[in-house]
Design a binder for this molecule. Structure first.
Ligand SMILES: C[S@@+](CC[C@H](N)C(=O)[O-])C[C@H]1O[C@@H](n2cnc3c(N)ncnc32)[C@H](O)[C@@H]1O
Length: 326
């Protein structure tokens, strides 16, 4: 009886881990441009020559690809991509592969540190500079979904003076500035390298100013119609968050809007990805857990703001947009 249970559980865990193979295979293909290489029928030896890759390992990757349906046999020892729509596009084409890359190179290795971190009661340090380009690219993917929700508020409230706190590479600022040429945008970003990139990317927008600086020491010379803060809360220490909302509210004109994008986690109803994001952020001494929905409501009311709406951006990722009015 016990042996049967053991086998049952072992099989169950193997089965549950099967989806990982799809992600792993897609990640390797994306990272090494292999889906491009096999976009027409190719032999492993030719691809390994052309791309200077280990032929045996490439062969094994092809075998997994065949068994999960990412690749198909094209005869005469040649293989070809199957069901292209399921696979990430090549690098640099705003590919979903960047999400796989972040998951495989950053999230999973971090989560595997849990036993030693818990035993030693130690956290890792989040190396901002090392991960900035990948994180910036994944943020850009999310923008596409969140942007219409921000744009709607700008239309509704006729916002003309707009501030983006922790603007990153100015993805939101740039797209909104293109769409609302009469509005003036300001982006504040703490990292000098990221600020430089943001300035470069918005150099053709006369209505954009990017400034390098820490939000805690920022002293605006005007009030704003809309203040955005997207995917920044997990950079802020827990004790400082209520204070931050008060600070942001102080930069708004009466009747103006605060728009905050963040994943929400920390309840048993949150989707697993939301809660595992929390496990990830909490692994670093310089990142902090995500807010709960209740906290977002409390910080708003504590800052004298009326909550307009909390809406889902990506359900599976537990990503939300919360908007308030002063
Ligand atoms: C995850 S990125 C999000 C970028 C962008 N808002 C987006 O959603 O695509 C967070 C950004 O906030 C910046 N940041 C963190 N703490 C900050 C602070 N105290 N003041 C200004 N920017 C900050 C980081 O450098 C990083 O570029």
């Amino acid at each position: 009886m016990i042996d049967i249970m053991k086998m049952f559980k072992a099989r169950m865990y193997m089965k549950r881990n099967e989806p990982f193979l799809y992600s792993w295979h897609a990640y390797v293909g994306y990272e090494l441009d292999l889906f491009k290489a096999f976009s027409r029928p190719m032999q492993a030896a030719d691809v390994s020559d052309a791309y200077q890759l280990d032929e045996e390992l490439l062969h094994q990757w092809i075998m997994v690809g065949l068994s999960i349906g990412h690749l198909k046999d094209a005869g005469r020892d040649r293989y070809k991509v199957a069901s292209t729509w399921k696979l990430p596009k090549p690098k640099g084409e705003n590919s979903s592969g960047v999400l796989l890359k972040e998951m495989m190179e950053l999230h999973i290795p971090t989560l595997l540190e849990y036993p030693s971190m818990m035993r030693d009661k130690k956290r890792l340090h989040f190396d901002e500079e090392a991960h900035a380009p990948t994180v910036a690219e994944t943020s850009r993917l999310l923008e596409t979904l969140a942007l219409p929700k921000v744009a709607r508020r700008i239309n509704e409230f006729g916002s003309r003076k707009i501030l983006d706190i922790g603007c990153g590479e100015a993805g939101y600022v740039k797209k909104l500035a293109d769409r609302f040429p009469d509005a003036a945008f300001k982006g504040l970003e703490i990292s000098p390298e990221v600020t430089e990139k943001a300035i470069e990317l918005t150099k053709d927008n006369d209505n954009v100013a990017i400034e390098q600086g820490d939000l805690w020491s920022y002293e605006p010379d005007r009030k704003y119609d809309l203040v955005m803060m997207n995917n920044v809360i997990h950079y802020i220490d827990l004790e400082d968050r209520a204070e931050l909302f008060k600070k942001l509210a102080g930069w708004l004109e009466p009747g103006a809007v605060l728009s905050v994008i963040t994943p929400i986690a920390g309840s048993k109803d949150a989707p697993p990805f939301g809660n595992v994001f929390n496990s990830f952020f909490s692994s670093f001494e310089n990142l902090y857990r995500l807010p709960t929905e209740t906290e977002l409501k409390e910080w708003g009311s504590g800052a004298g703001l009326e909550l307009l709406k909390i809406k889902t951006v990506i359900k599976e990722g537990s990503w939300y947009i919360a908007q308030y009015r002063k």
